[in-house]
Design a protein around this ligand. Sequence first.
Ligand code: PGA
Length: 244
Amino acid sequence: MKIIKVKDIQALNKKAAYLVASQIIEKPNCVLGLATGSTPIGTYQELIKLYNDDIIDFKEVITFNLDEYIGLPNTNPQSYAWFMNRHLFDFINISDNNVHIPNGMAEDIGKECMEYEDQIKKVGGIDLQVMGIGRNGHIGFNEPDVMFENLTHVVELDEQTILDNSRFFNSLEDVPKRAISMGIKTIMNARKILLLATGEKKTEIVHEMIYGRISSNVPATVLQLHPNVIVLVDEAAGKLIKEG
Ligand code: PGA
């Protein structure tokens, strides 16, 4: 893993956006894996700036999001489809046909998972997967004790995750308990991974992801086995790790 530490969130957002931008410049029809959560919002803002400055063009870019709640239509402001429109897609020239987010309202969820995986394969796989990390070490919605062999599948959300995400809902009861998520294997199949983490809440889990024993109890430790991972952290999240 390559570890890059920057001073603060602003610096992280810029650097992350530049890394994504260089992928788009190098391969204008690249396949990006994208994430929701608080962490990538600033990166998306910086990408919008680069788009407005004519430095990058999303015309041919293809995207696949990591996950989506089951039971929320894309018109629900808590859905990840809504999140992506509000934070990125509404502001760039990406084609609707090139945007992929699992459909949490699909009648046959199992089929939806399989088709999602097929679509990723059909475009040649993910070039660059951007993602955050949960405090319990989840990546996407792959919660502790996940199977590393999983492709896109249905997950029961961990209590900690439901609690962490309840800040976006009116009440704890409103947080969906299930989601569709790319599996660990889907994520590991990406040619390159950019993992972002900021703030003191992530200090310990970032340390464990990098130096801990590889274990399904901490799903992100599997990234130690990936040949091309950049871990980009601010000073707070990177307090216990060494750059290099
Ligand atoms: P966060 O979530 O960006 O809101 O901290 C990260 C994650 O749960 O993967």
